[in-house]
Design a protein around this ligand. Structure first.
Ligand code: A2P
Length: 277
């Protein structure tokens, strides 16, 4: 299959390096390590999720790994992402090994630079080493603008196959999406519900009523209609189920366009409006 294509079931997409990634993943940002995180991951796997997105900075890799192991779902059927914590110029390969120990897995499916602190390029050589050593099957970045992706690509060698950014109809970074696609970089949407803020929007609610879905399902489906990988977060079982119910309906071109029009970023190619690092 060619990069960018969806698999036959419409639930995964092929990355530029040939690896497949499920379009829907569970994000576990701000979920405390321990029972809350383990339950969320366990329920998600029971409900059909096959993709979990954690990070060294989240402090919950151990819970993610435990829940995956105890779920009974074979390791090779679950796509696990973790992220390199880019502070104090640590070595990405070394930190990958520590992540693997905490997760209790032999390799992650995707390892990404969490944000471009200290510049876009310094970590990339170590990221490639982590992949070559077999610690990660794919490597990518997060919170990178188009200009920062281009800096990484200019290094030569393997480029990032994903860029994970905050994305939703209200943050429809159209230029970032289009320019990443042009470079073979798949976009992953974190906080697709605006960390919950967008769920109460009247325009989203109106579309949801009309298509007989919930606002969360409409926002998540919009990301899928736009070709993205989408990582909604919830620690509630019923919401996890609701958020996974996005593969048995489509949004019309008119509804996608109406959601597109909610953008407040001016179709930017930037990854963030402000940085925390
Ligand atoms: P909770 O984890 O308590 O279920 P985002 O994915 O944009 O970061 O949004 C996550 C926030 O939205 C969390 O506060 C989460 O709360 C809430 N949330 C996730 N899914 C739903 C849903 N289907 N309905 C209502 N709130 C939701």
């Amino acid at each position: 299959m060619t990069a960018g294509q969806l698999t036959a079931d419409g639930r995964s997409r092929v990355l530029a390096d040939g690896n497949e990634i499920p379009l829907l993943g569970l994000g576990v940002w701000q979920v405390p390590d321990g029972p809350e995180c383990e339950n969320a991951v366990r329920w998600a796997l029971e409900l059909g999720y096959r993709h979990v997105d954690t990070a060294q900075a989240y402090g919950n890799e151990a819970s993610v790994g435990r829940a995956v192991r105890e779920s009974g779902v074979p390791r090779d059927e679950v796509f696990i992402t973790t992220k390199f914590y880019p502070r104090r110029a640590r070595d990405p390969e070394e930190q990958a090994k520590r992540s693997l120990e905490r997760l209790g897995v032999e390799a992650v499916d995707l390892y990404i630079v969490h944000w471009p602190e200290g510049g876009a390029t310094w970590a990339w050589e170590g990221m490639q080493r982590a992949r070559q050593a077999g610690h990660a099957r794919s490597i990518g970045v997060s919170n990178f603008s188009v200009a920062q992706i281009d800096e990484v690509l200019a290094l030569g060698g393997d480029g990032p196959v994903v860029n994970q950014v905050q994305f939703s109809p209200f943050e429809f970074r159209r230029a970032l999406l289009e320019e990443c696609e042009r470079r073979g970089v798949a976009l992953e949407a974190y906080s697709p519900l605006g960390t919950g803020r967008h769920l109460g929007d009247a325009r989203v609610a109106e579309i949801a009523r009309r298509v007989d879905r919930t606002p969360a399902q409409v926002l998540i489906r919009w990301c899928i209609e736009r070709g993205m990988i989408v990582l909604p977060k919830s620690t509630h079982r019923e919401r996890l189920g609701e958020n996974a119910g996005v593969f048995d309906f489509t949004l019309s071109a008119a509804d996608v366009a109406a959601l597109d029009a909610l953008d407040t970023t001016g179709a930017t190619d930037a990854a963030r409006e402000s940085r925390w690092w």
